[in-house]
Design a binder for this molecule. Structure first.
Ligand code: NAD
Length: 356
């Protein structure tokens, strides 16, 4: 099969980790006889330098004409003094909007080999962790009405949390579909004891759940969910929640898995289209030094194969290859511990590709 992939290497370590990911994808190409066709486009700081815009129209057009987008990272010290609305990171908001990416998927997987990096007690995470946080990405308080007004207490500012039933329904469908491919449990997180928008959220999620009799649905308040995440994270399979709660909860879930260099993510639109990127940023402190861990980007590509292309055997092969490299004791500096074999970015890519 032929698949069109728009590549956005971006800034800092972005181009390094994307290059290693392409190495791994090419190995999949070879082994499974697919045709991945790459188109490299600009976004972020490098796009500002070359075109004056962090998200050129050509990038948007090529992304829209592709089957999926693979992004490294954007941003860096060089552009830190630009005003907020002209910064490289604006490209991410622009891509989400232009590509209609409404669901953000952040798996938090604790690899047995990296259990030492987890800040929780070993008995809490024994046997590893495998959670996916499904976060609504284009609605809620981040995009609601906002402004300033005079009040009895003087000048005030406000941001409105608002959800339409349809927005909740489409993100709930993503979560339940995902749970069907996993351990068949959805935990919906809200603040329905206080917020009207959360009561609507809870009602719509319950309606959607009726079409998924095999999936167990739990509801948790956000305050309890953040506690449960450190007390008993193994109870979770798929967590579905609003934009702001998901922002917080997905960071907490990633922290318990250790290094940021290991965390992939996906942002999905209607249909199968998606943008895939590591959770980490452009890490300007280590860029160009062969020190970055490409595994988050490589695992993001595995998510692309699974969710956009429907190639689950190939996705499994990439994940198994990453595990094999870790089991062999190979570690980039961010996950290195004494007694392990120290490797750089390029070597990590080679080892993963060879393990496929
Ligand atoms: P960061 O994720 O880039 O780096 C945080 C720390 O983690 C640094 O010490 C870095 O060296 C380390 N790190 C990150 N990725 C790593 C990897 N793959 N391997 C090894 N170590 C890794 O976050 P930051 O320092 O807050 O941000 C740097 C720049 O990236 C900023 O301009 C920020 O706005 C941008 N950023 C972009 C994205 C994105 O493109 N999606 C996300 C977050 C931050």
């Amino acid at each position: 099969m032929n698949y069109k992939i728009a590549l956005i290497p971006g800034d800092g370590i972005g181009p390094e980790v994307v290059a290693e990911t392409v190495k791994v994808l090419n190995k999949i190409n070879e082994k499974y006889s697919h045709q991945f066709e790459y188109k490299k486009v600009l976004a972020g700081g490098c796009a500002i330098d070359e075109t004056g815009s962090c998200l050129p129209q050509e990038t948007i057009d090529i992304c829209k004409a592709s089957d999926a987008v693979l992004l490294g990272a954007v941003g860096g010290w060089k552009w830190d003094t630009l005003p907020g609305d002209q910064r490289p990171e604006r490209a991410l908001l622009g891509l989400r909007k232009e590509l209609g990416l409404f669901a953000n998927l952040r798996p938090a997987i604790l690899f047995d080999e990296l259990a030492d990096a987890c800040p929780l007690k070993p008995e809490i995470v024994q046997g590893g962790l495998d959670i996916v946080v499904v976060r609504e990405l284009t609605g809620g308080i981040y995009f609601g009405e906002k402004g300033f007004k005079e009040t009895d207490l003087g000048p005030a500012a406000y941001d409105v949390e608002q959800y339409a039933e349809e927005e909740v329904r489409r993100i709930a469908l993503v979560a339940f579909d995902m749970a069907m491919k996993r351990n068949k449990k959805v935990t919906s997180v809200d603040k329905a004891n206080v917020l009207e928008s959360s009561r609507l959220w809870r009602r719509v999620v319950a309606e959607v759940s009726k079409d998924y009799p095999k999936v167990t649905l739990d509801n948790l308040y956000i305050d309890n969910a953040t506690m449960q995440m450190v007390k008993n994270p193994k109870q979770f399979d798929v967590i579905v929640t609003s934009n702001i709660f998901g922002d917080i909860l997905s960071d907490e879930a990633s922290m318990i898995t250790g290094s940021i260099g290991m965390l992939p993510s996906a942002s999905l639109a209607k249909g199968n289209f998606g943008m895939y990127e590591p959770v980490h940023g452009s890490a300007p402190d280590i860029a160009g030094q062969n020190k970055s861990n490409p595994m988050a980007a490589v695992l993001s590509a595995a998510m692309m194969l699974r969710y956009t292309f429907g190639l689950s055997d190939e996705a499994d092969a990439i994940e198994a290859a990453v595990k094999k490299v870790l089991a062999g004791g190979y570690r980039t500096p961010d996950i290195y511990t004494e007694g392990m074999k120290a490797i750089g970015t390029a070597e990590a890519g080679d080892l993963i590709a060879n393990a496929i």
